[in-house]
Design a protein around this ligand. Structure first.
Ligand code: ZN
Length: 106
């Protein structure tokens, strides 16, 4: 057969004209639409999959949250206590040093 666009002789089995690339068969456009719908359906599927994955991650976080919050607050409290004790020890050391210096002066 011949391409209806450019008149190039093409094989009867050819879907597209090798010369100008125009779709040659009737219903090719329909097939393209079908392909598009298949692709978009696959996209939707992957979107829903990623959404469910996100939901799974979120539920994981939600499951960990009751554990994570006390642990985090415990770490904060522990570090603040440690920092306070460290500060107190530093102050005590300074006080002791001052007292020693005062005694040596007297
Ligand atoms: Zn052509």
């Amino acid at each position: 057969m011949f391409c209806h666009q450019c008149g190039e002789k093409v094989s009867d089995q050819a879907r597209f004209c090798p010369q100008c690339g125009v779709p040659l068969r009737e219903g090719e456009q329909e097939t393209d639409h079908h392909l598009d719908s298949v692709v978009s359906a696959a996209d939707e599927e992957s979107n829903s999959l990623s959404k469910s994955e996100q939901a799974a991650k979120y539920s994981k976080v939600r499951r960990l949250l009751p554990i994570a919050i006390p642990v985090a607050s415990l770490i904060i409290v522990a570090s603040s206590i440690a920092g306070f004790y460290g500060y107190e020890q530093k102050v005590n050391a300074q006080v002791v040093a001052l007292q020693k210096r005062r005694r040596s002066l007297l």
